[in-house]
Design a binder for this molecule. Structure first.
Ligand code: SAH
Length: 343
């Protein structure tokens, strides 16, 4: 038995042929699951009865339960989802003027223990399966009812590229016109700098957006903030980014969170500008850190943030400054973790 949302359309078509039925049934099944949001084979009323029976013998739906929701005063919403083995994960819905973004998790917990991020506090539990990742998107769609989910960012808990195969299979289903039909350019994969994953992604031939959580421009500081830097230091990371841009001709976004007293001096801005000067297609997204009290993480003051941005602009770096959302419900980047009372 398998969760049916583990299957790409092509795989489902092959199964139809194997059981001697026309392959167009695969598209019908996809439409029921991903467009009409059903989660039971008996509801798929335009399928022959024998097929419905056969499907329920071979497949199931492991639908996560929405056990709690929280709404921020800025419109951001957080859903807590309980998985079949009782682990709880979080997804965040971020409405903006003409878009609604779903922020999705790829792992239960995180191995990477970045010093500023709450998601690593309780360590790593397990990877999410493809079906569980796709299910997060379906739960968001169900919650939104008629509002249209337009963008997906893999910026929830976990390191997406450390769960590569499940992630990319889920991306294919999310992108499939017969499935959730969210364009690849509206899907962003964010990584702490998992070099082998970036290398593999360059060959994937998919136009998804790549974001790299950089946060420091010297190895000494970055290794202190992000232990992954000891395994894949900056020279290696930047070199793989160059290859990625050359192979895909796509821009990379470097996320740089500004943390008071840690990485927000003008010296750091100069280091950053120098490091990125050799990359043709890139931009820096500055994000004032979201407070994580137990880690002593706070944003710098406004003047320091603006001077940092100015220093990058002066050196010809393309910079955006991101407004953080959902802080009052601990739904902002780096704040996702489960408090005991939430489990
Ligand atoms: N592991 C991936 C995906 C997580 S995305 C990655 O590292 O990119 C979550 C984003 O939130 C990352 O850019 C991460 O660095 C950032 N983040 C973590 N803690 C934060 C904090 N306290 N304030 C703002 N952003 C934070």
């Amino acid at each position: 038995m398998q969760d049916i949302r583990e299957l790409t359309l092509e795989e489902l078509e092959k199964i139809m042929m194997r059981i001697g039925l026309p392959d167009f049934h695969a598209r019908q099944i996809y439409a029921w699951i991903y467009q009409k949001g059903v989660s039971g084979f008996s509801q798929m009323t335009d399928l022959p009865l024998v097929l419905r029976r056969k499907l329920s013998e071979e497949f199931f739906f492991n639908q996560a339960k929405v056990i709690r929701t929280a709404s921020s005063c800025d419109g951001t919403e957080k859903l807590l989802l309980r998985l079949e083995d009782n682990y709880v994960i979080e997804v965040v819905i971020i409405p903006a003027s003409r878009r609604i973004t779903g922020c999705v998790s790829t792992q239960v917990g995180c191995k990477f223990a970045c010093s500023f991020c709450a998601s690593g506090i309780q360590g790593f539990k397990r990877n999410l399966s493809c079906a569980e990742i796709v299910d997060e998107v379906l739960r968001i769609k169900g919650y939104l009812k008629n509002a249209n989910l337009t963008h997906i960012v893999f910026m929830g808990t976990g390191e997406p590229l450390d769960n590569y195969d499940n992630l990319f299979k889920a991306v294919r289903i999310i992108n499939s016109p017969a499935g959730l039909h969210i364009g690849t350019r509206r899907i962003t994969i964010s990584t702490a700098g998992f070099v082998p994953g970036i290398r593999k992604m360059a060959k994937e031939g998919m136009q998804v957006e790549l974001s790299i959580s950089l946060h420091a421009a010297t190895d000494t500081l970055r290794s202190k903030l992000m232990p992954i830097n000891k395994r894949y230091p900056l020279a290696e990371l930047i070199s793989v980014c160059k290859d990625y841009i050359r192979q895909t001709r796509r821009q990379i976004t470097f996320e740089y969170i500004l943390i008071a007293g840690v990485n927000s001096t003008l010296q750091e801005a100069d280091n950053l500008a120098r490091m990125l000067s050799g990359l043709r297609l890139c931009k820096v997204n500055l994000i004032p850190a979201n407070a994580v009290r137990e880690l002593g993480v706070y944003p710098p003051d406004k003047i320091e943030i603006l001077s940092f941005r100015q220093a990058l602009l002066r050196q010809g770096i393309h910079v955006t400054l991101r407004k953080s959302r959902g802080q009052d419900i601990e739904a902002a980047c780096g704040q996702l973790r489960l408090r005991d009372e939430e489990k």
